[in-house]
Design a protein around this ligand. Structure first.
Ligand SMILES: NC(=O)c1ccc[n+]([C@@H]2O[C@H](COP(=O)([O-])OP(=O)(O)OC[C@H]3O[C@@H](n4cnc5c(N)ncnc54)[C@H](O)[C@@H]3O)[C@@H](O)[C@H]2O)c1
Length: 378
C-alpha cells in the first residue's frame, strides 16, 4: 500500500454541504492525507476552517491559481498529488483543467462542468495527461448498487426491458415561491449552476445510475420540465423518457419540489427473467423479484454478494453502512488507480461518465425547450 496520498481540497468549507462527506471518505481507508487547499473564497473563513479541522495552515492558499503555482514549486515527494474539487458547478471546469495541465490527479464533484463543450475539452486535456480523474457520483459506491451491477452483468435479470428511476427531493419548495430566497440560491442561478437545476443536480445522478447498473447506453431522451414561475430560469422538476433502443425504454422522474421528500432516490430495473429495486434512503436492502418466486431481499457483507460489492463492505452483515461509506469506496478506488494497483472499472466513476452526464443534461433541456421532442445523445 505504501505512503499516504497527499490530497488538497478546493471548496468544501465549513459552510458547505458536501465537504464533510469527502473529508470522512478520504480518511476512511487510511489511503490519503489532507495537506491543504482553498476551502472558502474569503480568507478569514478559509484559514479559520483549516484551523478548526486541525490541518497546517502553511498550505492553505488564497485561491486555486496560487495553490497550483505554489504546489508545483515543491519537490515531488511533498507536492499534493490529487485535488478534490467541491465548489459550486461553474468552478469545476477552470479548476479541473488547470489542475490537469499541471500534473495533478483530480476528484471532481458532479455535474462535471456547466456545458458539454467544456466537458469535451476537459476530456482532451485529460487524454494529454497521465492523471487519474474521478467524478463523484456518490451512489455508485454503495455495496448493493455494485451488487446490482454485477448481477445484471452476469445475466441474472436476463435482457433488460424496463427502467424506472425516481429522484425526489422537496428542499426547493420553500425557496421557489420566494423571489429573494431564489436569488440567494446558487443552484437556481445559471451563471453558477449551468443550464439546469433539477436535471443537472439530481437528474444526472439518476442517468448515471441507470448506465452504471445496466451497462447500457441511453440513446435518446424526451423531456417535460417544470420551471414553476416564468421569471425562474431553472427547472426544478422534470420527467424524462429514455430509450436505449426501440424495445428497451424507461423513465427518469426527478423533482426538487416534491414537498416533504428528503432524498428519495429509487432505482427499479426489470429484465426478462427478474427485477431489482433499491431505495437510497434504505440502501442496505435490494429487492430481487423473480417470476413465480417469493420476494428475495439481498443485504451487504454476505458471501452471496460479488467481490466488488464485498470490497465495499467493511463490517460483518447487520452493521449498517451508508452514504459516507459509499463515498469512501469511491476514494478507495481512486487510491488504487493512483498507486497503480488493480481495480474494477466500477470502483470510481470516470471523466467519461461525467461527460455523458453533461451530454444528458444539455439534450434533456434542449428537448423541453424545442417542444418536448426526442433528442439523440452522442
Ligand atoms: N455527489 C453528491 O451526491 C453531491 C451532493 C451535494 C453536492 N454535490 C456537488 O458538490 C458541489 C458543491 O455543492 P455543495 O452543496 O457542497 O455547495 P455549497 O454551496 O454548500 O458549498 C460550496 C463550497 O465551496 C466554497 N467555494 C465557493 N467558491 C469557492 C472558490 N472560488 N474557491 C474555493 N472555495 C469556494 C464555498 O465557500 C463552500 O464552502 C456542487 O457541484 C454539487 O453539485 C454533490
Amino acid at each position: 500500500m505504501g505512503s499516504k496520498i497527499r490530497l488538497g481540497i478546493l471548496g468544501g468549507g465549513g459552510d458547505s454541504l458536501i465537504g464533510v462527506l469527502h473529508r470522512v471518505a478520504l480518511s476512511m481507508f487510511d489511503r490519503y492525507e489532507l495537506v491543504g487547499g482553498v476551502f472558502n473564497p474569503k480568507w478569514e473563513e478559509n484559514i479559520g476552517f483549516a484551523e478548526q479541522i486541525g490541518i497546517s495552515t502553511g498550505r492553505v492558499y488564497k485561491d486555486f491559481e496560487t495553490l497550483i503555482s505554489e504546489e508545483v514549486k515543491l519537490p515531488k515527494a511533498e507536492r499534493m498529488e490529487v485535488i478534490s474539487v467541491l465548489t459550486p458547478n461553474f468552478l469545476h471546469y477552470p479548476m479541473a483543467k488547470k489542475l490537469l495541465e499541471n500534473g495533478f490527479h483530480v476528484i471532481c464533484e458532479k455535474p462535471l462542468t456547466t456545458t458539454y463543450e467544456e466537458a469535451l475539452d476537459l476530456k482532451k486535456t485529460k487524454d494529454l495527461s497521465n492523471s487519474i480523474f474521478a467524478v463523484t457520483y456518490t451512489y455508485t459506491g454503495y455495496p448493493m448498487i455494485r451488487q446490482m451491477r454485477k448481477m445484471i452483468e452476469e445475466g441474472e435479470l436476463g435482457e433488460i426491458q424496463k427502467v424506472d428511476v425516481q429522484y425526489f427531493q422537496g428542499w426547493i419548495n420553500p425557496i421557489i415561491h420566494d423571489a429573494e430566497k431564489r436569488a440567494a440560491t446558487w443552484r437556481l442561478q445559471p451563471e453558477k449552476s449551468g443550464i439546469s437545476c433539477c436535471i443537472g443536480d439530481i437528474g444526472t445522478h439518476a442517468f448515471d445510475m441507470i448506465e452504471f447498473v445496466t451497462g447500457l447506453k441511453v440513446k435518446q431522451v424526451l423531456s417535460d420540465l417544470n420551471y414553476v414561475y416564468q421569471d425562474n430560469q431553472m427547472d426544478v422538476d422534470g420527467t424524462v423518457l429514455i430509450r436505449f433502443s426501440e424495445n428497451v425504454k424507461g423513465v427518469i422522474r426527478a423533482s426538487q419540489i416534491a414537498t416533504g421528500e428528503e432524498n428519495s432516490f429509487i432505482v427499479k430495473i426489470y429484465g426478462k427473467k427478474a427485477g431489482l429495486k433499491w431505495n437510497q434512503e434504505n440502501p442496505n436492502y435490494v429487492q430481487y423479484l423473480q417470476e413465480g418466486k417469493a420476494l428475495t431481499v439481498l443485504k451487504p457483507g454476505h458471501a452471496y454478494n460479488s467481490a466488488l460489492s464485498l470490497d465495499g463492505t467493511k463490517l460483518p452483515p447487520g452493521h449498517p453502512e451508508g452514504i459516507f461509506d459509499a463515498m469512501g469506496n469511491i476514494y478507495k478506488g481512486v487510491a488504487k488507480a493512483i498507486k497503480g494497483e488493480t481495480y474494477d472499472a466500477a470502483e470510481y466513476p470516470s471523466l467519461e461518465e461525467g461527460m455523458r452526464g453533461m451530454n444528458f443534461i444539455e439534450q434533456t433541456v434542449a428537448s423541453h425547450i424545442e417542444g418536448n421532442i426526442w433528442k439523440e445523445l452522442d
